[in-house]
Design a protein around this ligand. Structure first.
Ligand SMILES: Nc1nc2c(ncn2[C@@H]2O[C@H](COP(=O)(O)OP(=O)(O)OP(=O)(O)O)[C@@H](O)[C@H]2O)c(=O)[nH]1
Ligand SMILES: [Mg+2]
Ligand SMILES: [Zn+2]
Ligand SMILES: [Zn+2]
Length: 431
């Protein structure tokens, strides 16, 4: 990507990498050769300790190699020119291996290719976390799908994968699992797609560091053609790390929570004894055997990622699997109606507030005043939501065939968080 002269004249501009969320000045960006000749020729590649560490963690055991790259302000082959990057960023650098000029910029901390818009604007970031099996991965799958198909267009907003890697990862690891891999012909109906199944638990960081790589999207909104699209990244963390390896989560993935612009804490109220013991519910074997939730501890855990409290980052607390517990609430309440698949009318700020109040009083009834108090004190900018990613498509057995999701209110927390970081115009949430 080529920087325009205006951007080149601003070498001290602070940039935030949408992948590792580190901040640095524009003149610190690295370059890499992106010619097809260098990309396809292993013998021309050189060691890349920064990429190795980003992929394998500190003390990476094997060195990854990549096409020629350089840190321009320390590259002696550039002669004295390197000292002037402070005044004018280099336009292109010549790759010594293939002789071609390259304008491909890398984040100096993680060596991910920086998309153009990352250099122009500050990216947003939403971290999705919570206990095991509450439905985080399914939520992200369905929320992004809805964003693409209905919610986004209704709110005048488009999310577009920033690179092929994000596009492919979402498609293969998220969408193909919940929506099927779409191998059917156009005239066939989608009910029998056997490739649809429940997500496997997200692996902990110790076995797979993939969760550290966020999915990055370009946010395009209708109306203002001159403004550069902003970026937003999403990460979906493993419940196992949240519940059992919080030390390693804080060490290796702490930045994804600490530097988030929006926090999305997903929980499953079926793990509260007051809910699970309701005689109207028939629990599955798995639901019966999980340990009781300790939400006040979760808030304490979350605060421990930050150097000081109160934390100003907006926090959405989302009670998921509404399809399972919504009908326990009073008849006539929004949550009861939505759980029965009565579509809500007139969603918007006022609607979100009503849901917030209903959830809050439910949590109080379910014996969670400590949780509520902790939130008030440590995360004053919080909002409660309720949703179901699967709706009435949810199956009691994970190994049974999965119908297509019929989500309930998955978009509300996402839109609220996008609005709070200035990625969505106020009032666009009202459809
Ligand atoms: N009833 C119901 N079940 C759901 C819903 N969303 C997800 N599930 C089920 O919950 C289980 C866990 O879903 P995941 O999305 O893998 O949960 P997770 O939070 O990512 O789990 P970890 O990656 O282990 O932390 C799966 O069996 C899903 O089918 C929902 O909206 N309603
Ligand atoms: Mg998961
Ligand atoms: Zn980075
Ligand atoms: Zn080259």
């Amino acid at each position: 990507l080529a920087l325009d002269l205006l951007a080149r004249l601003d070498p001290l501009k602070r940039i935030r990498c949408p992948f590792c969320l580190e901040r640095f000045a524009a003149y610190q960006m690295h370059f890499r050769c992106d010619s097809t000749r260098c990309a396809g020729d292993f013998s021309r590649m050189i060691d890349d300790p920064i990429l190795s560490e980003a992929m394998q963690g500190p003390g990476a055991s094997s060195l990854v190699r990549s096409p020629w790259w350089t840190d321009p302000s320390h590259d002696e082959t550039r002669g004295p020119r390197r000292f002037f990057d402070w005044f004018l960023l280099p336009g292109a650098l010549q790759c010594p291996a293939c002789g071609r000029p390259t304008e491909c910029h890398l984040c100096p901390r993680c060596h991910h290719v920086l998309p153009d818009h990352a250099i122009a604007t500050d990216p947003g970031h939403i971290a999705i976390f919570g206990p095991q099996s509450v439905g985080k991965t399914t939520y992200l799958t369905v929320a992004l799908h809805e964003m693409d198909q209905t919610v986004g267009p209704n709110a005048g907003l488009l999310l577009e994968a920033v690179d092929e890697e994000t596009r492919q990862r979402y498609k293969l690891e998220y969408e193909a699992v919940t929506y099927g891999s779409g191998q059917l012909g156009v005239g066939e109906d989608g009910t029998g797609d056997a490739s649809r199944h429940a997500h496997y638990p997200t692996p902990p960081l110790e076995t797979n560091r993939r969760a550290l790589q966020p999915l990055v999207y370009r946010v395009k909104s209708r109306g203002s053609p001159k403004s550069t699209p902003r970026l937003v990244s999403f990460c979906d963390l493993a419940g196992e790390d949240w519940e059992m390896n919080v030390e390693s989560l804080r060490r290796d993935g702490g930045h994804l929570i600490r530097r988030a612009r929006g926090l999305l804490f997903l929980i499953d109220p079926l793990r509260l004894p007051a809910v699970a013991q309701d005689i109207r519910l028939r629990l599955t074997e798995k639901e019966r055997l999980v340990p009781a939730a300790e939400y006040a501890d979760d808030v304490r855990k979350l605060s421990s990622f930050f150097s000081k409290t109160p934390v100003r980052v907006p926090l959405a607390i989302v009670l998921n699997k509404l399809d399972r517990w919504g009908e326990l609430l009073a008849e006539g309440s929004i949550l009861h109606e939505v759980a029965r698949s009565v579509p809500p009318i007139d969603v918007g700020e006022r609607f979100d507030r009503l849901v917030h109040e209903e959830v809050r009083s439910a949590l109080r009834r379910w014996g969670q005043p400590g949780f509520l108090e902790h939130l008030e004190i440590d995360f004053p900018d919080h909002r409660f939501f309720a949703c179901s990613a699967l709706g009435d498509a949810a199956q009691p057995r994970e190994d049974s065939p999965q119908p297509l999701p019929t989500p309930l209110m998955v978009d509300r927390p996402l839109l609220w968080l996008l609005e709070r970081q200035g990625l969505l115009k106020r009032n666009a949430r009202a459809q």
